[in-house]
Ligand binder design. Sequence first.
Ligand code: ZN
Ligand code: ZN
Length: 257
Amino acid sequence: MDELTILGNGDSMGVPRVYCDCEVCTEARTTGVNRRLRSSVKIATDQGILWIDCGPDWVEQMEGAGHREMRQALLTHAHFDHMAGLPEWADACRWTKQKGILYAPREVLSAVRERYPWLENQLIYQAADDGLSFGGWQVTVQKVYHGKNGFAHAFRFVKPNYSFVYCPDSISLGDEEKKFFENLDLLILGTSYYHEKFDFHTRSVYDMVEALELLKQIRPVRTLFTHMSHDVDVRRAYPLPAHVALTHRGMRVQLTR
Ligand SMILES: [Zn+2]
Ligand SMILES: [Zn+2]
């Protein structure tokens, strides 16, 4: 049965933040329930595994999940926390002499090419603007507003009896973008804070308070929050409805009703 696994659910800096002595970062360093690697998931089907995003914690995520090779990955956008593992993946492909396939929208592939010009010796780039199919899923792509950081992408996976969207980095979605999020069985949405009090123009990802308002409009059956910063303490009981929960590393989600 198809299954999604959370490999990381942290924001761009992960938790703990090296410079920070807050209560959550301190807990993350000691007992560690708040320790969070950078956001990434894998989707296992009977035709193989598709990874989404390949950040700086890639090696730890692969080893932690007991994987020794990654054949194909899909990239949401070309920010450090989502793509910094690509050179290591490409190096692994060089040693195993098996090229990997990297799917992403064209503009993301161009940005990756600019940042790491040598990767195409080992990785085959496939433009995903018009979608792709994988393991029986039809995957479509939506560009989403990412606040002061520009734009990222969300991916919608559809099978006849199940639909879900993975969207780690977005904020303040417009009406056109929201259509992509309608009629979902599952939404995995990035929320960096519970309630982020900084000026809107400095922000780039939903907080939970805003996300709950969004959910009232798009009404997914189930929602999981990811991409969480050191503001979020999983030991706290946040006032979330029964169909909303926080992700944790290693969390497995059955992709079926
Ligand atoms: Zn991010
Ligand atoms: Zn980002």
